[in-house]
Design a protein around this ligand. Structure first.
Ligand SMILES: Nc1ncnc2c1ncn2[C@@H]1O[C@H](COP(=O)(O)OP(=O)(O)O)[C@@H](O)[C@H]1O
Ligand SMILES: [Mg+2]
Length: 369
């Protein structure tokens, strides 16, 4: 089913937890909500599920006003991080539960439920676990069963709230691939919540980046990585080096910075901020430059430098060792910084809204040395 959310707001006490959410999810799409803890992801899912109610806004599913529907009438499949399977029931009975408790006039017969559960057990590759109890399962197996229980009712919408959050990295990767396969086979409209970038980008058709109750950007991995719409997204995506620059006739200038790779853009003159990544900076020995190397470590492949500027503080650089003048890059050496890639936001500019397709930012692109 297609979901259309507009102008959704929610306040708990003095806190604006959702501050005007507009989001459309197409039928059969898998969308990831990505954002730090506290950004409102779970609250948004709960509103879609009917477990929480917004203060304002609209929630339409296939055109129907879901805010008029009670939770049990929405037929939502929900999987939480710590999904409590019924401990006294076998895997088989857990899967059957959602069907067995349907109102009498909608409840399938026993044989139909058994067949449906068998089908799910095979489809989810958990048939060998059918007669086990939850305590006899690993964390990853439990989450597979939890997803099976959510799917058993043939949900209109599947909501997954950090379902793999408690599991370790290798198992998460397996489950991600498995879930993607399940999604492709069922075609259910799915919203997956995570604070893990890798998980979001690997799994989802589109990623929705949330910060403090607002959607900051919607898009695919490459666009969000290379063209963050707001400073928040830039930081969240690992552009941890922030440097003040000055825009003049569409060019950026900064202390000890080589920004020649910047294409000229139609942006107003004035102070601005450059966001870049340690791996997108090349340190070049330059006796007149204001940056000094504070620490230098090498792991063989990469050289990691911490640099200090007398006024601007520290910046980190992470470059392939053999591609740089590594011998000259010693502690205390003066260097200038060539920025290979970055994004600039004029100071004082309000964060772009998620609906702005082209952020008013400059992207610097240059073939790496
Ligand atoms: N029932 C509630 N009462 C009061 N504050 C809440 C409630 N639920 C969530 N919050 C607050 O709303 C904010 C967003 O929470 P949540 O939606 O759980 O974010 P996320 O899932 O992104 O971590 C947090 O600051 C949280 O403390
Ligand atoms: Mg949450």
């Amino acid at each position: 089913m297609s979901i259309s959310i507009s102008g959704l707001t929610k306040r708990f006490g003095q806190t604006d937890v959702l501050r005007g959410i507009d989001l459309g999810v197409e039928k059969g799409e898998l969308v990831a909500l990505l954002g730090p803890s506290g950004s409102g992801k779970t609250t948004l899912l709960k509103i879609i599920a009917g477990l929480e109610w917004p203060d304002a806004g609209q929630l339409l599913v296939d055109g129907a006003d879901w805010l008029q529907l009670a939770a049990q009438d929405r037929r939502i499949g929900f999987v939480f991080q710590h999904y409590a399977l019924f401990p006294h029931m076998s895997v088989r009975d857990n899967l059957a539960f959602g069907l067995a408790v349907r109102p009498r006039n909608e409840r399938p017969g026993k044989a139909v439920i058994t067949a449906k559960v068998d089908e799910l057990l095979h489809f989810l590759q958990i048939a060998h676990l059918a007669d086990r109890y939850p305590t006899q399962l690993s964390g990853g197996q439990r989450q597979r069963v939890a997803l099976g229980r959510a799917l058993a009712i043939e949900p209109n919408v599947l909501l997954l709230d950090e379902p793999f959050g408690a599991l370790d990295a290798a198992i998460r990767r397996d489950l991600r691939r498995w879930l993607r396969g399940v999604h492709e086979a069922t075609g259910s409209t799915t919203i997956f919540v995570t604070h893990d970038q890798e998980e979001a980008f690997e799994l989802a058709d589109r990623v929705v980046v949330m910060g403090e109750g607002k959607i900051e950007q919607i898009g695919h991995a490459d666009a969000i990585h290379d063209h963050p719409a707001t400073p928040f997204v830039a930081r969240f995506m690992g552009a941890t080096v922030e440097l003040p620059v000055t825009l003049l006739a569409g060019r950026a200038e900064g202390a000890g910075l080589d920004l020649a790779a910047l294409p000229r853009r139609a942006l107003g003159d004035g102070p601005a901020r450059l966001f870049t990544r340690p791996e997108d900076i090349v340190a070049l020995p330059d006796p007149k430059a204001p940056w000094r190397i504070v620490t230098r470590t090498s792991n063989g492949a990469n050289l990691r430098l911490v640099l200090r500027h007398p006024d601007l503080g520290e910046a980190e650089v992470d470059t392939p060792r053999r591609a740089t003048a590594a011998d000259a890059l010693v502690v205390d050496a003066p260097v200038r910084l060539r920025i290979a890639f970055g994004t600039i936001f004029p100071d004082g500019r309000k964060a772009a809204t998620a609906t702005t397709a082209q952020p008013a930012s400059i992207s610097i692109q240059e073939a790496r040395q």
